[in-house]
Write a protein of this length. Structure first.
Ligand SMILES: Cc1ncc(COP(=O)(O)O)c(C=O)c1O
Length: 369
């Protein structure tokens, strides 16, 4: 049996009766788009995150677009974001007609370098779009302060970081808006695609509500070009069941991360993610030094352990952003991360014996060379 990156049937087995009951409820109700299931999930998820407004949308990618649009980010604006993330982060900036301005990582982390972000601010900067990558909260305070001084807004990409915290606050509640993904592999995974926009501002929430439904502001009244970015009722009902279990999922991820970090600490040739209080370990991502990342991945695969490389190409070097004219060498820390990052299985259903197999295989690799 392979140790896999994800095992949703196992992770969700205990939830099956409640999920079936939710499905039956939606089937009997017949309101498959919008309606009480979406409203109830929105209330519960807002309470879980302690945020005044939580609006369900069609995906994490659309959550970013709707959040930026609701905050009037668009043509002529620059948006600062990390050079190292999933493509949807920076793609959302293009989708609203603005210009991504990429910011490198610090030498030792996976989240954008706050000092580099401040240095990249210009009078055209309308928004900052930091990412809490791999579930690790990024240092937001300097960005929030700078944004305020510059008259810009902060939109947090929380796609991988449901439940992560900075101090006592959940990520997604500190900026002008937060964008979450319910893609099944995420910390709070759904049963298909889904997403969420969080905000403390009533006016932003009102705009998000309109934009997710073609800019609708009243019966047969449309004021802005939004889209069909709604969350399905069935998705909301099923997510509501998963939400009840999310704290257990996070605790299991943290347990695996703790064991990995302890067992691998001090091993030459490897950097483990440093302990970080509010981290939810959407991924447990090592840095494998000395150009040996792919060799370690192969070694693990041969021993039945899956791994994943997020992300082999920094965003500025993706063809999608070619018009910005970036060249290799401009974002050295992101480029190094892209060559060193290797994620180990950390899903909530992982057993102690599976963790042991992962660790044995990693330790064997480093001891044998
Ligand atoms: C950092 C980040 N941003 C945005 C997204 C987009 O979310 P979705 O897949 O729900 O559209 C993802 C999903 O993988 C992500 O990891």
């Amino acid at each position: 049996m392979r140790v896999t990156m994800l095992d949703l049937p196992r992770q969700l087995a205990a939830l099956a009766p409640a999920l079936r009951a939710a499905f039956e409820r939606v089937l009997a109700d017949g309101r498959f788009v919008g309606g009480p299931e979406v409203a109830r999930f929105e209330q519960r998820v807002a309470a879980r995150l302690s945020v005044p407004h939580a609006l369900g949308v069609s995906s994490g990618s659309d959550a970013l677009v709707v959040a930026l649009s609701a905050l009037d980010v668009g043509a002529g604006h620059e948006v600062l974001t990390s050079a190292y993330s999933f493509v949807a982060t920076a793609e959302s900036i293009l989708r609203v007609g603005a210009r991504p301005v990429f910011v490198d990582l610090p030498p030792d982390g996976f989240n954008l370098d706050a000092a580099a972000a401040l240095a990249a601010l210009t009078p055209r900067t309308r928004a900052l779009l930091p990412v809490h990558l791999f579930g690790e909260p990024c240092a937001l305070q300097a960005l929030l302060d700078a944004a305020e001084r510059a008259g810009a807004v902060v939109v947090e990409d929380c796609a991988q970081a449901f439940g992560a915290t900075l101090g006592a606050r959940a990520v997604g509640t500190l900026g002008a808006a937060g964008a979450f993904s319910f893609f099944p592999a995420k910390v709070l995974g759904g049963f298909g695609d889904g997403g969420l926009v969080t905000t403390a501002s009533l006016s932003t929430a009102t705009r998000v509500r309109a934009l997710r439904q073609h800019g609708r502001t009243g019966p047969e009244r449309y004021e802005a070009a939004g889209g069909n970015y709604r969350l399905d009722a069935l998705q909301a009902a099923l997510l509501d069941v998963a939400l009840e279990h999310v704290d257990g999922f996070i605790a299991a991820r943290r347990q695996s991360a703790r064991e990995y970090a302890q067992a691998l600490a001090g091993l030459g040739g490897l950097v483990v993610p440093p302990p970080s209080e509010g981290h939810v370990f959407g991924c447990f991502t090592l840095r494998v030094l000395d150009g040996r990342r792919d060799a370690l991945a192969r070694h693990l695969s041969e021993r039945g352990v899956e791994t994943a490389v997020y992300y082999p190409t920094p965003l500025p070097l993706q063809p999608l952003f070619a018009a910005l004219g970036h060249r290799a060498g401009e974002f050295p820390n992101a480029e190094r991360a892209a060559g060193e990052a290797l994620s180990l299985p950390v899903h909530p259903a992982l057993t102690a014996s599976e963790r042991g197999r992962v660790l044995d295989a990693v330790l064997e690799f480093f001891r044998s060379r």
